[in-house]
Design a protein around this ligand. Structure first.
Ligand SMILES: C[S@@+](CC[C@H](N)C(=O)[O-])C[C@H]1O[C@@H](n2cnc3c(N)ncnc32)[C@H](O)[C@@H]1O
Length: 189
């Protein structure tokens, strides 16, 4: 583990923040960032900044990253850990308000939607913010015992049918994916 990963993991444990991203997913999204080479990237749900760190570490020098978090305590941890990078803009506000303001702006080449708005609601709006050739990515799409009752019935979980669903291309909607049956794993889990 990198020092910053260990540090954020310790801080999350102390603060009782159980929603921190998995290190391997954060690294995967870092690798995806390197592949995409976004000029503009967006993370919805900063948490303490674990994935934010990995996106930043792989962002082109001229790139920029907006990251949005509603919890002031969490975002202050991120600010302390990585806030010195001038390519990063941390927004302490509701994701739904950010999305509403950002609609109609120039959009993003990479969007990691890691909270309710942009993932479980306002999905079509956020997909419209993906620039042509851009990437929208979410994780945690497989059923988890930690999900609260009724979470699965919110429906969008089954739109994607994969642990890390990636939709490539802009101006699209994942509506067609709704009709796709969830694929059975080819190797029994
Ligand atoms: C899964 S966690 C994010 C984890 C983070 N991306 C990481 O890599 O560790 C989801 C985050 O969304 C935040 N959140 C919840 N509702 C929100 C909202 N409506 N707008 C913005 N952030 C929200 C939570 O405080 C939480 O930190």
């Amino acid at each position: 583990m990198l020092d910053i990963e260990r540090d954020l993991s310790d801080r999350a444990a102390i603060a009782g923040f159980t929603q921190q991203g998995a290190v391997e997913v954060a690294r995967f999204i870092g690798a995806l960032t390197r592949l995409v080479g976004p000029r503009r990237a967006l993370e919805l749900g900063t948490g303490m900044g674990l994935t934010t760190y990995h996106i930043l570490s792989n962002l082109p020098p001229a790139g920029m990253l907006d990251s949005v978090e509603s919890d002031q305590v969490l975002i202050e941890v991120a600010r302390e850990a990585i806030g010195g990078d001038k390519r990063l803009k941390l927004h302490n506000r509701l994701g739904e308000d950010f999305i509403s303001d950002a609609l109609g702006s120039e959009g993003y080449d990479l969007i990691f939607a890691d909270t309710w708005p942009g993932k479980y609601f306002l999905l079509d709006e956020v997909l419209r913010m993906v620039r042509p050739g851009g990437v929208y990515v979410i994780d945690d799409m497989n059923h988890s015992r930690e999900w609260p009752d009724g979470h699965e019935e919110k429906g969008d979980c089954r739109k994607f049918g994969g642990q890390a669903a990636i939709a490539i291309g802009g101006h699209g909607s994942l509506a067609g994916w709704n009709r796709c049956p969830k694929p059975e794993p080819s190797v029994p889990l």
